[in-house]
Ligand binder design. Structure first.
Ligand SMILES: N=C(N)NCCCC(=O)O
Ligand SMILES: [Zn+2]
Ligand SMILES: [Zn+2]
Length: 330
């Protein structure tokens, strides 16, 4: 931009007192499309891809389902005292088209698209899709930022080795990422893990691959403030990549997912932990594994949409205070 031009204020969602929230084609939070803004500080992009799943399929329909459930999000977030769409330009970049019949081609395509979208410094919030997509997204982010502090919310470790001999699946992205040197081995962390594993060795491998763990039972016994304290202490100074598998939530909060495990976090706990990330160096994020076929009353999609909104709020720069006198949009 020519420095003589006045700075443009971000284009946000249309005023809901003029256009009902339920009208129009669904973009995330009714935000403008990327092609309709000069540039975006953050792009929300969908990856409708689920060819890497080990159990119930259907996360390819996740991005559309989350967008549909995000219509009710409002401009001001009191929990973080920010207006995420006014303080920065956020736009919906549509979907990355990933080949459902060639996993390798899909993974390459996702990485290329992520690199293109972030070439001018735009940060990405990606809506999945199954957890396989974290691998190409981490490859793109690590290329730009170096080894990342991966903060991974999930019922599962996702550091398993192979399924039926396949190295790239939704159960293996963080093992591949660790092997490739994409993650920082001293600051990465799983939160919310639980449930049966294949063997005790899974936990030893996971530790060797560079992850610390705050399990779901630990959150219950130690309490949320302690979990937040441990999370922030682990993250350190590295750029943070946040990956949220919606199955970190208890199936009572998020039934619409492919590999559900009992005994998970509440959405209240997850949202509180994301809010605590304000002020950390969040360089990218994803929300994955929303599978609408098993959802009811948009429960999972609403949880995912609010999760995404808290991430966008946590990514909002501090320097723009919320004006008290802004005309109120409802
Ligand atoms: N990434 C998710 N959601 N699940 C991984 C589960 C892998 C398995 O079935 O063992
Ligand atoms: Zn999972
Ligand atoms: Zn996962």
């Amino acid at each position: 931009m020519n420095s003589a031009e006045p700075p443009q204020s971000p284009i946000g969602p249309p005023d809901a007192s003029l256009t009902p929230r339920y009208a129009g084609i669904a973009t995330f939070a009714r935000l403008p499309c990327l092609e309709d803004v000069p540039r975006a500080d953050i792009a929300v992009v969908g990856v409708p891809f689920d060819s890497g799943v080990s159990y119930r399929p259907g996360a390819r329909f996740g991005p559309a389902h989350i967008r549909e459930a995000s219509r009710l999000l409002r401009p001001y977030n009191p929990a973080q005292d920010v207006e995420p769409f006014a303080a920065q330009q956020v736009a919906d970049a549509g979907d990355i088209s990933a080949n459902p019949f060639s996993l390798d081609e899909a993974v390459t395509r996702i990485q290329t698209a992520a690199e293109e979208l972030t070439a001018d410094g735009t940060r990405l919030l990606t809506l999945g899709g199954d957890h396989t997509i974290a691998l190409p997204l981490l490859r793109a982010a690590a290329r730009r930022h170096g080894p990342l502090a991966v903060l991974h919310f999930d019922a599962h470790l996702d550091t398993w080795d192979t399924y039926f001999g396949a190295p790239v699946t939704h159960g293996t992205p963080f093992r591949r990422a660790s092997e490739e040197g994409l993650i920082d081995l001293t600051t990465s962390l799983h939160v919310g893990t639980r449930g049966p594993l294949y063997s005790r060795q899974d936990l030893r491998d996971d530790e060797r691959l560079g992850f610390a763990v705050i399990s779901s039972p630990e959150i219950e016994t130690e309490g949320l403030p302690r979990a937040i304290e441990r999370m922030l202490a682990r993250l350190g100074e590295r750029p943070v990549y946040l990956s949220i598998d919606i199955d970190v939530l208890d199936p009572a909060h998020a039934p619409g997912t492919g590999t559900p495990e009992a005994g998970g976090m509440t959405s209240r706990e997850l949202l509180a932990m994301i809010r605590a990330l304000r002020g950390t160096r969040l360089v990218g994020a994803d929300v994955v594994e929303v599978a609408p076929a098993y959802d009811h009353a948009q429960m999972t999609a609403v949880a995912a949409a609010h999760t995404a909104y808290e991430i966008l709020s946590a990514m909002t720069p501090d320097h723009l205070p919320v004006p008290d006198d802004r005309p109120r949009e409802r």
